[in-house]
Design a protein around this ligand. Structure first.
Ligand code: HEC
Ligand code: HEC
Length: 403
């Protein structure tokens, strides 16, 4: 948490420095050398994204869990985010990166397969709708209702700027403020260029401006090879038909059968299971037991920065995350506990639902088989995945996706 705070101060300082927008710093930094800039939708919405005063504890901003220099995912050194009124309530899902969500759409089924939506289970239809979740969630920013949020917004030093820049009526109602706040938080994710940088080494390689090292190149081939990693079948790596850069997700869903994470407070209750599409956070598909265990395929862009991995933060490093694909079925004892001589495979799902777990390549091997992915292959895949990290000090690449 300490590290998180330090990073956040750095980020805030950067914001003041770059935009000269003093109220973004809560008025605490009296840097009189910087002339106040005209507030813009970006400066106001970024300030709101970094605004701890919007939480019941006064200690939690969107940016606390979606940290600026960790691709807007969990802060370095945290496992699962803490929140609530006294900052002691733990959520049971890891904070995903917020980058590269621009072309994601609302949740739907296509040919029986689930696609789209926001959060790990797709229950929010847009980023504006998603923003209401953390603002009101008792384990996150913990506001009682929209009116409680609105009264906090009214007290911000830059409330008047928010009203004028986002075109609210001069005496807005609580609901108008809440709705506009949600929109502004989405606007921030659309206007900050970091959210669609497309300037990683891999992008430069696609442009013909960089060469991949031999291990990175081998990793790319393993990633794409249907008989090897087969990773690209879910984490799309090919340029689209209109030249759109790959996002390393098709926004579909899969059940990977991850190990249960004992660090999650909710998991102290052995009857508690986070089953993604079929609940408990999402409630409209509870009867679809065939979907239990499925979570959204995340982008792998900037994956190097977004530890811990998977929806339940069960894996600490990128090497382990890739190893999971290589050895889940070959050497399950590495991933699951043994009880009475029996390996508790897929122990984060109730026993009757464990056959929902995906068995296609690279999964589905048996103990003793010749590994589809060797230790060297895993290292090469990791080397390749590290080429997907954007350079925040360089200009954007050519995204060719609609902003
Ligand atoms: C306490 C930590 C925490 C805070 C504070 C927080 N988030 Fe999140 N965020 C998460 C977690 C955890 C998820 C995944 C939730 C789920 O799957 O149910 C998430 C998911 C999201 C997503 C969906 C990403 C995707 O891939 O679909 C968006 C967008 C988002 N948050 C934006 C925000 C905004 C805007 C705020 C401030 C209003 C905010 N978050 C505050 C932890 C947090
Ligand atoms: C069947 C579809 C599918 C295939 C094939 C697949 N993945 Fe995934 N991947 C997912 C899903 C779904 C998740 C999120 C699962 C969860 O958290 O429950 C994920 C998550 C990940 C993560 C963690 C992301 C994060 O933000 O925490 C990494 C790393 C990853 N995959 C790498 C790979 C690699 C490397 C391969 C090939 C060896 C691969 N994936 C093959 C569907 C797939």
């Amino acid at each position: 948490m300490e590290i998180c705070m330090n990073l956040k101060s750095v980020a805030l300082f950067g914001l003041c420095f770059i935009t000269g927008f003093l109220s973004a710093c809560g008025g605490q930094n009296s840097n009189t050398d910087v002339a106040p800039a005209i507030p813009t939708q970006l400066s106001i919405s970024q300030a709101l994204f970094e605004e701890k005063a919007l939480s019941a504890s006064g200690q939690l901003a969107c940016a606390s869990c979606h940290t600026d220099d960790r691709a807007h995912a969990d802060a370095l050194g945290t496992t699962l985010p803490l929140g609530g009124l006294t900052m002691k309530v733990q959520g049971f899902r890891s904070s995903p990166t917020l980058l590269y969500l621009e072309t994601n759409r609302s949740f739907r089924f296509e040919g029986g397969q689930a696609f789209g939506g926001f959060t790990w289970d797709g229950r929010a239809s847009s980023r504006a709708e998603q923003a209401a979740g953390p603002l009101l969630d008792p384990s996150e920013m913990a506001n009682a209702d929209a009116a409680a949020v609105a009264s906090k917004v009214r007290q911000l030093t830059y409330f008047k700027d928010f009203v004028s820049v986002f075109g609210l009526p001069t005496s807005p109602t609580d609901n108008q403020i809440f709705e506009k706040l949600k929109q502004a938080l989405q606007t921030y994710q659309q206007l900050d260029p970091d959210y669609l940088l497309f300037n990683s080494k891999f992008d430069r390689y696609l442009d013909g401006n960089a060469t991949l090292a031999s291990d990175e190149f081998r990793g790319l081939n393993l990633f794409n090879d249907e008989n090897k990693g087969n990773c690209a079948s879910c984490h799309i790596s090919k340029t689209g038909t209109l030249g759109e850069r790959p996002l390393f997700t098709n926004f579909s869903y899969a059940a990977l059968g991850l190990p249960r994470n004992d660090q999650i407070q909710a998991n102290l209750d052995p009857s508690f299971f986070d089953m993604g599409l079929c609940g408990p956070k999402r409630t409209d598909l509870m009867s679809r037991t065939d979907l239990c265990g499925q979570f959204k395929v995340p982008t792998l862009r900037n994956i190097e920065l977004t530890a811990p991995y998977f929806h339940n933060a069960s894996v600490a490093t990128l090497e382990q995350a890739v190893s999971f694909y290589a050895t889940r079925d070959l050497r399950p004892e590495l991933w699951y506990p043994t009880l009475n001589g029996q390996i508790q495979k897929f122990n984060d799902l109730p026993v009757p639902l464990r056959n929902n777990v995906n068995m296609t390549r690279p999964f589905g091997q048996r103990p003793g088989d010749v590994p589809i992915l060797s230790a060297q292959d895993v290292a090469d895949l990791v080397a390749f995945l590290r080429t997907l990290t954007d350079d925040r000090t360089a200009p954007s690449g050519t995204p060719l996706v609609k902003r």
